[in-house]
Design a protein around this ligand. Structure first.
Ligand code: ZN
Ligand code: ZN
Length: 345
């Protein structure tokens, strides 16, 4: 294994013992396997899924029944590589795509590694995440970033990847119109991504006035208060609707806002089961789909940020060290908070 000379034996690690119970442990620094790199973690974004595991101890069937390290939006510097990896990679600044696929199954071979049944995804029980000093990842999932991209923005390439996967599914091309429900981090990043893909009309709905204001700064061409006016009654006639709210009501009125042969992409988590307007879907031949994470999005994400088409640095509203992960996870309680970053080292 090639490595930089100053690797410590242990690293500080934030561990979720159970619901609402975090502690800091000293753990051994992992060793890169033959096809892996060891990354010294620079910045980790806090995601809604981390918050769910912290507050509820579960997301659907994924249950925290053993200690778990949270954090899956991360960047850092390669400090060691496995025997099969080019030693010249040591020293590279990278954004980590936080998943490990089997490469062999039917879905992997079809290029849909996000649907691999053996997928090991960071910070999803029982796989540990990145609120720690060092992590290992297969070399092809450590994506080199240009110097112009900050470590914070590099960490947030993960939610940007969710947005890119959604926009691709929605079929957005220059001149498309789109309705996005929810102006949280995913909604805001999706609005910016829609703009980068050439959408001419980007309509964002959210219950909270401050979030609607913020959406206008990040790509929305129009915002809607769904309590004051139901989007379905406004004749929006959009090409695509992306739900980033998880609200059954938003999904229903979003589907009713799409033009014939349009597309609906369900991204938001919240209601695992909903009643859908089936006759609308049938009569207008709508395509309704979901996304599960992403495939091959980092190269596009790096380009969108490096070229200035998507601004991730401005989304950061809080910065925390490893001792304050609990505060970072609770920062969404403040309406002005958008994205918190944890610095493990
Ligand atoms: Zn995330
Ligand atoms: Zn597989």
């Amino acid at each position: 294994m090639a490595s930089s000379p100053t690797l410590p034996a242990t690293m500080r690690t934030s561990v979720l013992l159970k619901q609402r119970d975090l502690t800091i442990e000293d753990r051994a620094v992992p060793t890169a396997g033959a096809d892996e790199v060891l990354v010294k973690v620079a910045a980790v974004g806090v995601c809604g899924s981390d918050v769910h595991y912290y507050r509820e101890g579960r997301i659907g069937d994924f249950i925290v029944d053993a200690p778990l390290v949270l954090g899956h939006e991360l960047s850092g510097t390669i400090v060691a590589v496995g025997v099969d990896v080019d030693p010249a990679r040591v020293g590279e600044r990278v954004a980590v795509e936080p998943q490990r696929a089997c490469r062999l199954c039917r879905e992997c071979r079809a290029g849909r590694y996000n649907l691999c049944s053996k997928m090991a995804f960071y910070a999803t029980p029982p796989i540990d995440g990145a609120f720690c000093g060092y992590v290992t990842i297969q070399t092809e999932f450590a994506h080199a970033i240009p110097d112009s991209v900050s470590f914070e923005a590099a960490a947030l390439l993960e939610p940007l990847s969710v947005a890119i996967a959604s926009i691709r599914k929605a079929g957005i091309v220059p001149g498309s119109s789109i309705l996005i429900a929810g102006a949280g981090p995913i909604g805001i990043i999706t609005a910016q991504t829609a703009r980068a893909f050439g959408a001419s009309e980007i309509i964002v709905s959210d219950l909270i006035a401050a979030k609607r204001e913020r959406a206008l700064k990040f790509g929305a061409t129009r915002v809607i208060d769904p309590v004051a006016e139901d989007p379905a009654t406004l004749g929006l006639d959009v090409n695509a609707f992306i739900d980033a709210s998880g609200s059954a009501r938003a999904v229903d009125s979003g589907i009713r806002s799409v033009r014939p042969a349009g597309t609906v992409v369900l991204v938001g988590l919240g209601n695992p089961e909903m009643i859908l307007p089936v006759s609308q879907i049938q009569n207008l031949e709508l395509t309704v789909t979901g996304i599960f994470r992403y495939v091959d999005t980092w190269p596009t994400a790096i380009h969108l940020v490096a070229s200035g088409q998507v601004d991730l640095d401005s989304l950061v509203t809080g910065k925390f060290d490893l001792e304050h992960v609990a505060e970072a996870l609770d920062s969404d309680r403040n309406e002005d908070s958008l994205k918190s970053i944890v610095y493990p080292n």
